[in-house]
Design a protein around this ligand. Sequence first.
Ligand code: T1G
Length: 706
Amino acid sequence: MADGEKPLVRFGLEDGVGVITIDNPPVNALGPGVRDGIVEALEKAEADAGVYAMVMIGAGRSFIAGADIRQFGKPRALPKRPINDVLDGGTKPVVAAIHGYALGGGLEIALACHYRIAVPDAKVGLPEVLIGILPGGGGTQRLPRLIGPKAAMEMIVSGRYVPAVEAKKLGIIDAMVEGRDVRKEAIAYARSVADRRPLPRVRDKADRLAEVEADPGMFDAMRKSIARKARNQKAPYHCIACIEAAVSQPFDEGLKLERELFAELENSDEAKALRYAFFAEREVAKVPWLPKDLPLPEVKTAAVVGAGTMGGGIAMSLADAGLPVKLLDASPEVLERGLARIRNNYAVSVSRGSLTQQEMDERMTRIEPVETYEAIADCDVVIEAVFEQMPVKKEVFAKLDAAMKPSALLFTNTSALDIDEIASVTKRPEAVAGTHFFVPANVMKTFEVVNGARTSPVTLGAAMKLGRDIGKISAYAGNCDGFAANRSRIPFNLEQGLMVEEGALPEQIDKVMVDFGYPAGPFTVNDMSGLDISYDTRKRRAAADPNYRGLPITDRLVEMGRLGQKTGKGWYRYEEGDRTPIVDPEVHRVIKDVAQERGFQQRTFTDDEILRRLLFSSVNEACKILEEGKALRASDVDVMWLNGFGFPRYRGGLMYWADQIGAREVYNQIAIWHQRYGARWRPSTFLQEVAERGGLLRELKGRSAT
Ligand code: T1G
């Protein structure tokens, strides 16, 4: 350890209790040196006759957040002795004192300790499946022994973080401590258990494993229940196999299988992609020119203008995060309908058990309906969510400018309109930014922050922070038509419509995308959101631009009243009260009729061409967005696609997936389509450059972002 460098693991003695402190900021990950440091401290305490009990605790804000994910996929020295073997072989009680998080390898160490205590707001979990691997430190063998195989399987296959109070009920935590001075309380607890023998080693517990006798089908039931979401993935199934071994084989045999399956997963394609997504979702928070310690205004009160679907969802997002929200709409009827919709959304969550009635009531009381701008004047932030038409937006912002207190932040939820034009009607354009929520606003994680030409760094920073504070993933976008997320998606939508004109059937395209890993195909999604949504926009553009070709087949369906699920038929037909899309020969006839009327040549498509036509078009657009500096990083676009468009997470993201094919092959294919289909397939120069230098698309950075 270099001079002056703080030790990663400290050992201190207090009245016979050895305190092992892990100090590896920011989250006490088990990086190089940490594991050996813990082993050294344990062995030292074992050898010291003056030590009769031990405490293991994390410095800073957390216990141990798990293995250092950055080390995966790299050669790494194996620890001299696995920590959990040292703990199993110990003769003195070790108490894991948990605050903040005990995750992955961190919880596994705690499970190998003899006791676990926690503060009420701590969280524990084995989230390895979320990065495509499995608990590789004995967690699949110890957790079932502590809380039973079914509860263990639910925790490990979901990867969810469990609040300490629930973890105590499950049996993971032995005692809750206040948390005023965790170290002190842990030492006292260690003293209280110092003489208890035999030492309660989790590996020796077998009684809870017997639960499988009453429910031997639990493993197949879990496999069945995850089949849809875990499609094309290995890690969830390997987790189940390890837990199955825990109930059917001796502890060391189960450990052996765990190690084998872990090794198989560590460098799997899904693990590499999920690790990439993990770090991309942390990188996206960073705006290079914003200092990390930039003082930002505090947001304690919020307002939303517009009580429609979006406004209601936004109000819920803010209320869910504990912010009092004033929901403004000039029309009392719209306001009442909006509140009823919010109430209903919460009631559905309560009926599903994902929210308690008390939580719903608390959130509802945070949302106050108001009808005047004066009523929101004192709010720290206001988010406009009215009709997606510029005149309406401008009218609202002129009123906001007149009414809101000088320090208020003025955000618009527009999904594509010009932020600068909206800001131009205010005297404070520096306080205006875009905060684009995805539908449904209270569920989707992507929170696109759009930087106007005159948006100040403080306003930009405050918008990025607001997204994080309400549990979303803030992603920077520059001001242009469609910003970054929707703009990168537009070519996908266009190719989808054009391929149907050229002979591909909606159900074939949907199947390709579902097999790829999407939860639903694009035509099924169109039927959910309604075919009439963009119909008016296309008609307006056709009236303004005689060269605009629009989407004649979609328009024909709309004109036939086939608007999607809401009318019982759209691209598909639907039985009464059932959302299952059913192929409808009537649609095939419409496609043929319009193709004949418009002279579209029809042909068959391979699945691979469909996949590449859709996704390559968006890869190309993402490169153009980066070229124009309208996004900071290609990995930011991936984060938007993962969290805004349902792109399968185990494929890393749009640009990460394109790298698996290779920039050169992507570029060559686009160049061919450029020849065949014309300007819309003009290859991005950024794409061409990456292809020529053999680089990686996911590492592209936006040209000095504006
Ligand atoms: N390894 C390496 N870096 C990590 C890390 C980890 N496990 N967890 C967080 N970081 C970095 C993160 O990239 C960011 O870096 C900074 O810490 C703050 O993170 C053997 C094999 C703990 C709940 O999956 O869930 O153990 O951007 O922004 O919002 O069986 O981090 O500042 O440079 O997320 O306060 C299992 C993952 C590993 C936990 C804190 N553990 N981490 O959230 O901060 S596999 C995990 C989290 C394993 C064993 C297996 C969260 C957090 P930078 P942050 P946060």
